[in-house]
Write a protein that binds this ligand. Structure first.
Ligand SMILES: Cc1cc2nc3c(=O)[nH]c(=O)nc-3n(C[C@H](O)[C@H](O)[C@H](O)COP(=O)(O)O)c2cc1C
Length: 196
């Protein structure tokens, strides 16, 4: 009787230990797969600047097509309609674009850039190239060794000048030629992303 009780206690303890080990193992597996998922999700960043919303809409599709994290490059001082008037030589955008060294201030709130390997950077074409706020963004964080791909919206100009200028200005970045995505559908963007 005493032996049976002891045996029962022992078998209970063994069963409990096995259960605990299994629970711990499952817990770890669950944690690991969650971490893995997070790692996959966070390796691509889709950063964009958009003054009037066109590029923003495309950026959302790029984020969906790539599974990347969407991030808005925010000017410290927002651009007004007057600022954007390219027909006026003294408007803010005209002044900035005439001065290659201009670096409009941005809100610097992008966290832990080191975790991203590929960064898509979207913008509206201004004066045939990228707005200088894109220079501010690229200089505000350390993107050396990372792959950067431009995309843009425009009234018809291509992104070629921006591709060339930025490749020359930031040689530590691993550039992949980007393109304009005017009127592109999500399916178009998925097809483009697949070619990169
Ligand atoms: C200051 C300024 C300069 C522009 N320069 C060009 C240009 O050189 N070529 C072009 O095709 N479109 C040009 N555009 C038009 C924008 O690229 C286009 O409207 C873009 O889709 C706006 O994007 P957003 O709504 O994300 O700001 C210019 C617009 C502004 C405000």
């Amino acid at each position: 009787m005493i032996i049976t009780k002891a045996m029962r206690t022992l078998s209970f303890m063994i069963a409990a230990m096995v259960t605990m080990t299994l629970v711990a193992a499952c817990g770890q597996t669950g944690k690991k797969s969650k971490e893995n998922t997070e790692t996959i999700e966070s390796k691509t960043l889709v950063a964009y600047f958009s003054a009037t919303g066109t590029t923003e809409a495309v950026a959302k599709d790029v984020a969906q097509a790539t599974g990347g994290t969407l991030y808005e490059i925010k000017p410290e001082v927002k651009y007004t309609a007057e600022d954007l008037d390219w027909t006026v030589k003294t408007s803010r955008s005209s002044v900035e674009m005439q001065d290659k060294s201009s670096r409009p201030a941005i809100v610097k709130d992008l966290e832990d850039v080191s975790k991203y390997e590929t960064i898509y950077v979207g913008f509206p074409v201004w004066w045939y190239t990228a707005p200088t706020i894109i220079n501010t963004f690229l200089e505000a964080y350390d993107f050396s060794g990372k792959t950067v791909i431009f995309f843009a919206t425009s009234g018809g100009s291509t992104i070629d000048k921006a591709n060339e200028e930025f490749k020359a200005a930031y040689p530590k970045i691993n550039w992949k030629a980007g393109q304009t995505l005017n009127g592109a559908t999500l399916e178009d963007i998925k097809a483009w992303v697949a070619t990169l």
